[in-house]
Design a protein around this ligand. Structure first.
Ligand code: H79
Length: 468
């Protein structure tokens, strides 16, 4: 199936001010064309299969593998950049990198504890690296370069994780890298100072078919045995992988499970880190901004993936943690623009989550326990206010106030809906007064914010909130 993933920006009411930047490394560009996607039987099915995903809005990314052992250090030096890229960044030859496998023994791995932490944080799905660019698999792969066959641990971790996900009603999903630095079909693109340059790999043309079969043997296991709900591809940028390859692979996978959700990195439509597909029909069901949030709302499916510090895989020296406030506001910002937030954890090699991640998950969970209703199943806002962000669903407009007005008055554009009542999500017994006589509605606020991160005001209305 081909799915239109062009970026269609939502036009906001003029109430909007420039997008705020909550400590992101880069903020998305604001270009776009409006186009209506074709509605056919397949697209209808696509809408249904996306239902749980759109409802979820918040997921956990997990980057875990052999790179978690060096954790950013190689031969006594700290290697610059993201830790799961150490094989590439340090130019490590295959046979040297393989030596991490006999050291991988995650005795503290506890699938149930991981899933409980995700669940408590309010996350509804988990996407784990079944195979990253280094080629090492976290499941019992036919290729033997995996946690079962090549490590002293000797056990599959994806199966217990999938089971724990099922037990806690969290959707189990898997990341899979197309580029593979370990597979013999691929060679370093060149050498630099006597070291291999792994990114991008060069494909030995006669071996592309065999490699595709190798990938398919993994994907079939992930789809049929592990019942993965999402296949989250990455490493699609080497020139030898084409969009046609992506389209074929997509069709082949959907035959096994028509409800499988696949990101747009299966093909070659993605435009850099902004993550949306180019004009035209490219493979995949949703756009994948990386480490950034679009400046405005977008009404095709998309998901921003982000790190809590500056690395995906665990890195001992990376202490640049975002605050809980930034993380929660990012989640709100993403939801207010119609997307999902996929927040990363880089577990240590022993199987434990870094302390800083555990604290943040727990604090995000405290906020979500009170305010989750204003995130799950919401749609993009109709306006982008100065004081925070807005989400909506049938029957309610949610005002996420970041900057509590000293005037104790919050102004929003008038809705055409009938207003039932306006309350704080944290205290639904106290009704707030709203003056609906003018062009704008003015809400009277209590003196203090209920939550310094974001206080949510629920404007309870009849039907789907619309501007007057
Ligand atoms: O798995 C994590 C990272 O290891 C992986 N994606 C996340 C989810 C990743 N992040 N950055 N990179 C990989 C480096 C890739 C950089 C580039 Fe490109 C590839 C630059 C040019 C080709 C991606 C595609 C950015 C622009 C186009």
């Amino acid at each position: 199936m081909e799915f239109e993933l062009k970026r269609r920006v939502i036009t906001y009411f003029v109430f909007a001010t420039a997008a705020m930047n909550f400590g992101l490394s880069h903020v998305g560009e604001n270009q776009v064309s409006a186009q209506t996607p074709t509605v056919d039987a397949e697209a209808e099915n696509a809408v249904q299969k996306m239902d749980w995903w759109r409802e979820a809005r918040f997921g956990m990314f997990i980057h875990w593998g052999l790179y978690s052992i060096p954790a950013g250090d190689y031969e006594g030096k700290t290697i610059e950049g993201i830790a799961e890229w150490i094989m590439s960044k340090a130019g490590i030859p295959r046979e040297e990198y393989e030596k991490f496998a006999p050291q991988f023994n995650p005795v503290k791995f506890d699938a149930d504890a991981w899933v409980k932490m995700a669940k408590q944080a309010g996350m509804r799905y988990i996407v784990i690296t079944s195979k990253h660019h280094d080629g090492f698999c976290l499941f019992d792969s036919p290729g033997q370069y995996d946690i079962v066959d090549a490590t002293p641990y000797g056990k599959d971790v994806l199966k217990p994780l999938r089971e724990a996900c099922e037990a806690h009603d969290v959707k189990f999903c898997t990341y899979y890298s197309i580029m593979d630095w370990h597979h013999t079909s691929q060679l370093p693109s060149k050498e630099k100072d006597g070291k291999p340059v792994w990114n991008p790999t060069r494909m030995i043309p006669e071996q592309k078919e065999a490699y595709t079969d190798y990938m398919k043997s993994h994907l079939q296991m992930l789809i049929q045995d592990y019942q993965t709900h999402v296949l989250w591809f990455d490493g699609e940028w080497p020139k030898w992988w084409t969009d046609d390859d992506g389209q074929k692979l997509y069709k082949w996978m959907l035959k096994m499970n028509p409800n499988l959700i696949v990101n747009n990195r299966i093909g070659s439509g993605r435009q850099g880190y902004a993550g949306f597909s180019k004009e035209g029909s490219f493979a995949g069901d949703f756009g994948t901004p990386e480490q950034e949030i679009p400046a405005t709302g977008v009404d095709t499916d998309w998901e921003s993936c982000m790190t809590m510090n500056d690395t995906w895989g665990f890195k001992t020296t990376d202490e640049n943690w975002k605050s809980t406030e930034t993380l929660v506001r990012n989640l709100i910002d993403v939801a207010s623009k119609g997307g999902n937030y996929l927040l990363n954890i880089g577990p240590k090699a022993d199987g434990s989550f870094p302390e800083a991640s555990v604290t943040r998950l727990s604090e995000i969970g405290d906020w979500m326990a009170v305010n989750g209703e204003a995130v799950y199943g919401t749609k993009a806002a109709l306006f982008l206010p100065e004081w925070g962000r807005v989400t909506r669903k049938n029957g309610a407009l949610y005002l996420h106030v970041f900057d509590w007005p000293k005037s104790r008055q919050l102004t929003i554009p008038a809705l055409s809906n009938q207003l039932n009542k306006t309350v704080l999500l944290a205290d639904s017994k106290t009704e707030l007064k709203v003056d609906t006589s003018g062009e704008q509605w003015v809400i009277e606020l209590p003196k203090d914010a209920a939550d310094p991160i974001a206080t949510v005001i629920k404007v309870d209305v009849e039907g789907m909130p619309q501007l007057r």
